[in-house]
Write a protein that binds this ligand. Structure first.
Ligand code: FE2
Length: 505
């Protein structure tokens, strides 16, 4: 029996897991009649990192809340083979440890973990001693949660009253004020997470002595911890699957199925980009805008003109909605579905929050920088195309809108090879300002997914106060949009053309 979990509870969880349903649904939805393989959750995470890392051999570390029973796995890979060396099973879980503290701090569990990470630099590690009592670092790959402080085994609650007593305060209710105490708890939780991850990365290196480390699983989205594992750990190179959360398991499972069925490697080289999503064909965008009757600028034969116009807006302090090419796979906007602004302006963080994001003040915005200039502005000695690491800002240019309170930034490096239009925009901005950096945040309203289609972008633009919208080769200024666009909903059931025409009435 698993520690801290009753047989009845285990049976109850297993009874809810209807193993045959995915097969039924796949066949029902797609009409597919061929063979279907079910791939282990953590093997999918591991494969999603290793097979796309470009490494010929590596150690693999996967860490999440819970997938099936494992919550942490240690593997070694060489060629096509991935061999699991060790694992930690539910209910012991680093992801659930961090999620419980996320819940305690008044953020949504499985959603707000990155907010804890963002809040941490504002705090002091005053509660490290207490938080270490929540998790015991065991021998080898083991660690154990102290279930006295967690609620998820007995009830639908992540933390217990004992945690409130330990920290000397009740959990923060959602939306209430964030105090220095909450910042100190966040810092302490982050440090304890980093301590355990670092210890386990060292253990993994002992079992799988390689220079290369691959990481995936939701905890691998903690970019601050990743950076520390690389800087202070024994591995020389790190590849984190950009879609490190469960979204990336589809990629890993497909890679495993590819290897099993063909005996060949699913990728020829390291994953170069994640612009793998839907595209808005230029002519379709044009037809949609024309049918809507909205006034827009058409730069189909004048890319330089578009860049000049947008850079002028950026320099003037405007906030731009930017939709170009295929949408990003994974949780980060990387210049395909982004909100862009001038990072040199001290007021820009508050401004973007007021115009569109409406998110907590403490959360930093991230910079996108031309890769060729990255080292002049950030303490980064390698490309960071997926915004999965933090580093210190060392720029001679003050960059208040993208510099976190501890002087760090979560950097995206951009090249012409992978996103030519975005690289050209950065280049144009650089030519006119000597600053090869733009503030880049995801194009969405608070609580909504990132925009994907032309209609998503228009609906979000309409309901926000962003000043300019760029979709492919077209630019729409806020002053030109019809009043009805301010009430567009993304939850529509009729075609985009009809909807826009309807909205014009
Ligand atoms: Fe997972």
């Amino acid at each position: 029996m698993l520690p801290g979990i009753t047989q009845q509870r285990r049976a109850s969880i297993l009874s809810k897991a209807l193993w045959t349903r995915p097969e039924e649904e796949i066949r029902l939805l797609t009409g597919y009649e061929g063979p279907i393989e079910i791939v282990d959750h953590h093997l999918s995470h591991a494969a999603s990192a290793y097979y796309f890392s470009g490494f010929e051999e590596a150690a693999i570390f996967t860490v999440d809340g819970v997938g099936e029973w494992p919550t942490t796995t240690y593997s070694v890979a060489r060629g096509l083979e991935i061999e699991r060396l060790d694992q930690v099973d539910f209910p012991n879980s680093l992801g659930l440890f961090y999620s419980a503290l996320t819940g305690y701090l008044g953020f949504e569990v499985n959603e707000g973990e990155y907010k804890v990470m963002g809040l941490a630099p504002y705090g002091q590690p005053k509660y490290v001693g207490q938080i270490r009592q929540l998790i015991e670092d065991g021998a080898g790959g083991e660690y154990r949660l102290n279930f006295k402080y967690f609620g998820f085994l007995q009830e639908d609650k992540m933390f217990s009253e004992a945690l409130c007593e330990l920290l000397g305060a009740p959990g923060r209710s959602r939306g209430s004020q964030i105090t220095q105490f909450h910042m100190d708890v966040a810092r302490s939780a982050q440090l304890v997470l980093e301590e355990i991850l670092l210890a386990k990365v060292r253990y993994l290196h002992g079992r799988a002595p390689s220079d290369n480390l691959c990481m995936a699983g939701g905890v691998a989205l903690n970019v601050v911890a990743n950076g520390r594992c690389l800087r202070e750990g024994p591995f020389k190179r790190l590849f984190v699957q950009p879609a490190a959360g469960d979204a990336g398991t589809c990629l890993g499972a497909a890679a495993v199925a590819h290897v099993r069925s063909t005996g060949t490697h699913p990728a020829q080289e390291r994953l170069q980009h994640v612009y793998l999503g839907p595209l808005n064909p230029v002519n379709d965008v044009a037809a949609l805008l024309e049918s809507s009757g909205v006034k827009f600028r058409d730069y189909r034969r004048d890319a330089a003109g578009l860049l000049d116009y947008v850079v002028g807006k950026l320099i003037a302090g405007e906030v731009i909605g930017w939709v170009y090419g295929r949408m990003e796979f994974g949780p980060r906007a990387l210049g395909a579905r982004s909100i862009l602004a001038d990072p040199r302006r001290p007021e820009m963080k508050e401004r973007i929050n007021a115009l569109v994001k409406q998110r907590e003040d403490f959360r930093p915005f991230a910079p996108a920088v031309l890769e060729s200039h990255a080292r002049e502005h950030f303490s980064l000695d390698h490309p960071s195309p997926f915004m999965l690491e933090t580093c210190q800002v060392i720029s001679p240019i003050p960059l208040p809108a993208i510099t976190h309170v501890d002087g760090s930034a979560r950097v995206q490096t951009v090249t012409r090879a992978t996103n030519p239009r975005f690289a050209d925009l950065l280049e144009h901005f650089y030519r006119r300002t000597d600053c090869p950096i733009l503030l880049n945040t995801s194009f969405n309203l608070r609580g909504e997914p990132i925009v994907c289609s032309t209609m998503d972008a228009i609906a979000t633009f309409g309901r926000s106060k962003i000043e300019t919208l760029v979709i492919e080769d077209f630019v729409i200024d806020r002053s030109d949009i019809p009043p009805a666009w301010k009430h567009l909903s993304k939850g529509r059931s009729i075609g985009a053309h009809e909807y826009l025409v309807y909205a014009m009435l």
